[in-house]
Design a protein around this ligand. Structure first.
Ligand code: BG6
Length: 472
């Protein structure tokens, strides 16, 4: 596939929301800084609010104020020439007006009809928006058109299937970019390079050598200002079904035939197809209670603004999975995520089998042989630790745990933001880091029975490791 940035119109639906100012505008701006070809592209913000082009440009300028190099690029002039706004409000024919505006901008700036439609919208509005785009024939143009959909894609198996069917009415799969921002993180992309670019680790990457795999995404913050969405969603839908499941697939998949989107996604789908159905006893749900976080009093989830009083939405999930294939049968994969945990930390820990014979058993008091663990720290402290034992010098014989350590920032400096990578790929038409329809369906197939099982939700103290009864 040839990768190139072609002139296009980047249409953001839901442009008055904070995703546009927090993530999308900075990412597009940084891409433009690095790739001259992108300077001729145009952005059209779309929302219900009644804003002028000038008012929207001011918002974008404000969002980019702290960007490094913002001043060098003559940001103000760039905004005036390349950023536009179209309101959908003020009548029932909003999408027809939008279609006319799109064509007018393309004509005025000699664009070839290449379009990105980015749904930066609350999930419940996805179906109506996709239908409206289709009805207004916005997906049909002289160039290519691509649809970018934020997560969560559906809220269970049936709704994800229905959403896929709807999207496919207007966009074929090669034009749909389902975002999971974890896939845009450099450390997540590196999982495949680490595994398949280094023969050393791949040769021990199986049930014969690995005892267990932990995938943890901990957050110190609570629900913050997002209760309206989160209380309807919960950690299983918000984190496990997408981010943690993507990590699972990348850790467990077989080597793809080629390093391209189709081959990689096929292998990821096979992992999900091999996961043994989850039983209720494999899953523990929790919700943070009142307590302390970071030395300050912290409210219980149920007391957070916007959360319903008797809410049973889970803010913590721990589950034990088994992948019943030749590589992994019998190895537990423990997925765990929670809000109000002791610290923000995303890591994958691969625990290797112990040595078959403990030579040091006679000295057990002093020679506590720990398993080797490869710890992949995805954020913060992006890097790796390989834990092993060494002999402490001199007698008596004593072992000491030590680690080999690699940190990205010490070698490569700052890492790009996930959205910068992902938007660059959308514009270039590379789907490798996006989620395929079949991945979404297989993932929901796995979790929907658990969502429907009405499992109890146990309270846990902020700053703890989750509910006490967490299964190991
Ligand atoms: C989002 C979830 O997808 O990921 C949030 O909706 C969560 O609830 C966030 O806080 C975590 O992302 P990151 O990149 O900070 O780990």
């Amino acid at each position: 596939m040839s990768r190139s940035f072609q002139p296009h119109l980047f249409v953001i639906l839901g442009a008055s929301g904070d995703l546009t100012t927090r993530k999308l505008a900075p990412a597009l701006f940084r891409l433009m800084q690095r790739h001259d070809e992108l300077r001729c592209c145009h952005i059209l913000g779309v929302a219900r609010s009644d804003l002028s082009d000038a008012a929207f440009r001011d918002r974008i300028r404000e969002a980019l104020r702290d960007e490094p190099h913002a001043a060098d690029a003559d940001l103000s002039a760039w905004c005036d020439d390349h950023v536009f706004y179209q309101s959908l409000g003020g009548g029932s024919n909003g999408y027809e007006r939008l279609a006319r505006r799109v064509v007018a901008i393309e004509k005025a700036y000699g664009l070839p009809g290449n379009r990105v439609f980015y749904l930066a919208l609350p999930p419940k509005t996805f179906p109506g928006t996709i239908e409206a785009l289709g009805q207004a024939h916005l997906h049909k143009s002289a160039g290519w058109s691509r649809l970018v959909v934020e997560k969560p894609f559906g809220r269970d198996l049936a709704s994800a299937q229905a959403l896929n069917d709807l999207v496919h009415r207007y966009f074929d799969e090669s034009r749909i970019f389902r975002i999971d921002h974890y896939l845009g993180k450099e450390t997540v992309q590196n999982l495949l390079v680490f595994r398949f670019g280094n023969a050393l680790f791949e040769s021990v990457w199986h049930r014969g050598q690995i005892e267990r795999v932990d995938i943890q995404v901990h957050e110190a913050l609570g629900v913050e200002t997002r209760a309206g969405y989160y209380d309807q969603s919960g950690a299983l839908r918000d984190m496990v079904q997408n981010h943690l499941t993507q990590l699972l697939s990348l850790v467990a998949m077989e080597a793809p035939a080629r390093f391209d989107a189709d081959s990689i996604r096929q292998e990821k789908i096979k992992v999900l197809e091999s996961v043994v159905s989850l039983r209720p006893e494999d899953v523990l749900l929790g919700q943070y209670a009142a307590g302390e976080s970071d030395g300050r009093p912290a409210r219980a989830y149920r007391e957070e603004k916007g959360v319903s009083k008797g809410s049973v939405t889970e803010t913590f999930v721990r589950l034990r999975m088994e992948i019943a294939n030749w590589r992994w049968r019998g190895v537990p994969f423990i997925l765990e995520t929670g809000k109000r945990m002791p610290e923000k930390r995303t890591r994958i820990a691969i625990r290797f089998q112990p040595a078959p014979v403990s030579l040091f058993r006679p000295y057990e008091d002093t020679c506590d042989v720990r398993p080797n663990i490869l710890e992949i720290t995805l954020q913060p402290d992006e890097g790796f630790n390989l834990h092993f034992e060494v002999k402490q010098p001199r007698m008596p014989l004593r072992l000491a745990p030590r680690r080999l350590r690699f940190r990205y920032d010490e070698v490569f400096g700052d890492l790009p933001q996930a959205y910068e990578t992902l938007l660059g790929d959308v514009i270039q038409g590379d789907q490798t880091l996006f989620v395929h329809a079949d991945e979404v369906i297989n993932s929901w197939r796995l979790y929907t029975p658990i969502l429907e099982a009405g499992l109890p939700v146990h309270p846990y103290a902020p700053g703890s490791q989750g509910p006490h009864s967490a299964p190991q």
